[in-house]
Write a protein that binds this ligand. Structure first.
Ligand code: FES
Length: 119
């Protein structure tokens, strides 16, 4: 179970998430958060726990949650485009950014619809 607030018990690992925040690429920046986690937990597990416990305005998008079906959790994790529900948390430091080359909406959410799909 992810804990974003307390000193971790021995079986938990710790990592620092550097998460991009903001509504424009020019004016936003990274904020850092310490979290603890168990082996096997995903980046999306960490982000949702962080939002639940201490950063309620963190903007993330997901739908199927760990089923790898919706693709809505796609973001840049340690410099690679990945699904946050599949990518695993690791110790040390992780950098999480919105998708590059897509219009930024807020934090880790980008506009992923093609122009043909917009009404
Ligand atoms: S939440 Fe659906 S693919 Fe990640």
């Amino acid at each position: 179970m992810i804990d974003t607030k307390n000193t971790p018990p021995d079986h938990l690992k710790a990592t620092r998430l550097k998460i991009w925040r903001g509504t424009s690429r020019e004016e936003g920046g990274h904020q850092e958060f310490e979290i603890t986690f168990e082996d096997g937990e995903s980046v999306l597990d960490g982000l949702t726990a962080l939002r639940r416990d201490s950063v309620p305005d963190l903007a993330i998008r997901f739908s199927c949650f760990n089923a790898n079906v919706c693709k809505e959790c796609t973001m840049l994790i340690d410099g690679e485009v990945q699904y946050a529900c599949i990518a695993k948390l690791h110790t040390g430091e992780m950098q999480i950014d919105p998708l590059p080359n897509r219009p930024l909406l807020r934090d880790l959410i980008t506009d992923t619809l093609s122009n043909k799909e917009k009404i």
